[in-house]
Design a protein around this ligand. Structure first.
Ligand SMILES: NC(=O)c1ccc[n+]([C@@H]2O[C@H](COP(=O)([O-])OP(=O)(O)OC[C@H]3O[C@@H](n4cnc5c(N)ncnc54)[C@H](OP(=O)(O)O)[C@@H]3O)[C@@H](O)[C@H]2O)c1
Length: 429
């Protein structure tokens, strides 16, 4: 690689803005550490007149990022627009085809098109780096690709979404409702305005889980429908009850190999308060890898925000500048395999069920009968009456039960007129 490196930054939003400042202020540091001089030769955003945190040299501003490749000699391009398709995909594809290294924090793009793009990078002998796409500032992808390279990883689990972890933590701390806490999270900038659906329904964490699986198990990015539930239905009542039972609710992303089958899932979990993961609170993310011979290793840090994300982007930049040309998913494309999906119906786990019922004789036995018919045995049962409303919350923690059996009971509960609402199901870790 030559000594003067031409850089383009496409997308000047939260991430692009911060990154620009890093690139400008750390120029000397980068040269000291890599021996390379970086030169910012092109930037692009949608609106040329938007007020930004830094002064834009109009001469290097491009409204259409595709024109950067046509008119400038670029060595490394940052894509920070953030779409899974459209202009984000186009600019990355065009860059790779033109032998330009690409760095991106775009998990939507990588989880959808990562296989194709990494192959394109390999063919063109350039890097496609995406450390910032998973868990922000936590260097989990490099850890898997490099530090744990010869380990056989069989499971990764983590808190991969800071927004939902903040909401769950605040609901426990303040005893406020989901919607009140969501409003506070939005006011503080921890959640996007409007309805941040992809955070709340688990999709954001799932995109990250797919990337982690592909790296950890050397498989192509899975396209399977996964067990995915978010936190929208978690009620402050669940937080309060589980708290008294010495648990916390955490939205976990989990990927593992069970009998050589791939099981990826994202859902709220009950975790014991005295565990490590039970104490990762607020906007923090954490990722736990289980591998052999390394055993269990844990990384924790800020999973989002412009600072941590830029830290990961800069680390990818230095990796490229040092000439660390490597496969995006750790191994050559033709060696990456397809792993069959584990049938989630067979997932065996203890479950927490909260069932809102009319408070009258016989209802409890109707519930336990439905459970017994599917061989689900009860480990703990708590009844909390509301005398004013003549209703009761029945809370059950089951012994280990099959997912398919629990789902079948949930269907039966829905047919029972004494059950007032769709019951809440939370799996134990
Ligand atoms: N924000 C975080 O904390 C975070 C954390 C981890 C990863 N990420 C990832 O980082 C990426 C960027 O996120 P962000 O929060 O910075 O998004 P953002 O604030 O919405 O910024 C998007 C940028 O893309 C520009 N843009 C949109 N369409 C364009 C087009 N056709 N041509 C050129 N530029 C265009 C926008 O231009 P204008 O400014 O002119 O509107 C804006 O500067 C996403 O992939 C996201 O998932 C973000």
């Amino acid at each position: 690689m030559k000594n003067k490196i031409n850089i383009a930054v496409v997308g000047l939003g939260q991430i692009g803005n911060y990154l620009m400042n890093e690139l400008i202020s750390k120029k000397k540091d980068i040269e000291l550490k890599t021996g390379k001089k970086i030169n910012l030769v092109a930037v692009s955003a949608k609106n040329p007149n938007k007020k930004r945190k830094f002064k834009i040299n109009r001469k290097i501003f491009f409204r259409n990022p595709l024109n950067i490749i046509k008119t400038k000699k670029i060595d490394i391009l940052f894509e920070a627009i953030g779409k899974s398709d459209g202009i984000s995909k186009k600019i990355v594809v065009n860059s790779l085809k033109n032998k330009i290294h690409v760095i991106t924090p775009n998990k939507a793009l990588i989880s959808k098109h990562g296989d194709y793009l990494s192959k394109l990078a390999e063919i063109n002998k350039v890097n496609l780096e995406f450390e910032a796409s998973v868990a922000g500032g936590i260097p989990i992808l490099k850890t898997i690709k490099e530090s744990l390279a010869t380990n056989k990883i069989h499971k990764i689990l983590g808190i991969l979404n800071g927004t939902t972890n903040y909401i769950l933590t605040e609901m426990e701390k303040t005893k406020k409702s989901f919607s009140d806490v969501l409003k506070k999270a939005q006011a503080l900038g921890y959640a996007e305005p409007g309805k941040p659906t992809l955070d709340l329904n688990g999709y954001d964490a799932f995109a990250k889980i797919r990337i982690l699986s592909a790296l950890a198990f050397n498989n192509k990015i899975s396209k399977y429908k996964c067990l995915m539930e978010g936190i929208e239905n978690i009620d402050s009542k669940d937080i309060e009850i589980t708290n008294q039972l010495n648990y916390r609710i955490k939205l976990l992303g989990i990927t593992e190999l069970i009998n050589n089958k791939l099981f990826e899932r994202v859902h709220p979990c009950l975790v014991k308060k005295d565990t490590y993961i039970g104490n990762v609170n607020g906007v923090m993310n954490a990722v736990i890898t289980h591998g052999s011979p390394v055993g269990e290793s844990i990384l924790q840090g800020e999973g989002a925000g412009a600072g941590p994300t830029s830290s990961a982007l800069m680390s990818d930049l230095l990796s490229i500048l040092r000439g660390n040309i490597k496969y995006s998913f750790g191994i050559p494309d033709f060696k990456r395999k397809k792993i069959n999906a584990y049938n989630s119906n067979n997932y065996l786990n203890s479950m927490y069920l909260r069932i809102e019922v009319k408070d009258k004789p016989g209802v409890l036995s109707q519930i336990t009968n439905i459970l017994a018919k599917r061989n689900i045995s009860v480990e703990r049962l708590i009844q909390i009456p509301d005398h004013k409303k003549k209703t009761a919350s029945i809370v059950i923690i089951t012994h280990k039960s099959k997912e398919i059996d629990v789902q079948s009971c949930l269907k039966n509960f829905r047919l029972n007129k004494n059950i007032l609402k769709r019951p809440t199901l939370i799996r134990l870790l």
